[in-house]
Design a protein around this ligand. Structure first.
Ligand code: DX5
Ligand code: ZN
Length: 226
């Protein structure tokens, strides 16, 4: 099966003082989704945005909003983000090792559930809830900050995710997040990523359209098996 690859710029690297314009600029530049990093200063040592910011982004664009919750209590806060327009909601396994209730709640509220794994967590932990998931998010940096270097071992984890999907006969998307650049996007897609999050590589580029086009070209150059 040939899957389309999706590019999701991470708003974390946008200029927050011009958020509206920044969001519209990457939409015009060809982004498929927008990735929104929610950090609570507890699960990770950084604080970013709450539901009001996501609501503002929702008003600025019709792109799907991919909300990545790096919070200690995702069950409590996920509904707040769905209420303001989150289409996809990723919760972290490390914050919620028994995630099935929260996953079911996300779906019941009309959003698409995803389970994220940090670099030190083996991919296999998603297996018990895999049937209930629409996406698995493989973190390729330690969550908390944009602009970090891609951890090369993440490629093997993408392959693990693809094998798990195949073994169980499922169709969840595989997302990669952290340190994605024009240069490594092809390798990530080849290893199994369907959705590629990129903050610095897109918002930090002199021309966002050129960066997205180059990323797509490098992804298309590799034949990704299903
Ligand atoms: C890190 C976030 C990422 C980050 C990606 O905790 O989950 O989404 O913004 O930024 P870059 O692409 O700069 O690594
Ligand atoms: Zn993220």
């Amino acid at each position: 099966m040939c899957r389309a690859h999706l590019i999701a710029p991470s708003v974390l690297s946008a200029d927050f003082g011009r958020l509206n314009e920044e969001v519209r600029a990457v939409e015009a530049a060809g982004a498929d989704w927008l990735h929104l990093d929610v950090m609570d200063g507890h699960f990770v040592p950084n604080l970013t945005m709450g539901p009001d910011v996501v609501r503002a982004v929702r008003r600025a664009t019709s792109l799907p909003l991919d909300v990545h919750m790096m919070v200690s209590d995702p069950g409590r806060y996920a509904p707040r983000f769905i209420d303001v327009g989150a289409d996809w909601v990723s919760i972290h396994y490390e914050a919620c090792p028994e995630p099935r209730g929260v996953i079911a709640d996300i779906r019941a509220r009309g959003a698409r559930p995803s389970l994220a794994v940090s670099p030190d967590t083996p991919l296999e932990v998603v297996a018990p809830s895999a049937r209930d998931l629409d996406m698995v998010l493989v973190m390729s940096v330690y969550p908390g900050f944009g602009g970090q270097q891609f951890i090369p071992g993440s490629l093997a984890k993408l392959e693990d995710a693809r094998r798990l999907r195949q073994r169980l006969g499922l169709g969840f998307l595989i997302e990669i997040d952290g340190g994605i650049t024009v240069d490594n996007a092809g390798a990530a897609a080849q290893a199994g990523a369907d959705v590629l999050v990129a903050g610095t590589a897109i918002f930090g580029a002199p021309d966002r359209g050129t960066a997205i086009t180059a990323m797509r070209r490098n992804i298309a150059a590799v034949a990704a098996p299903a």
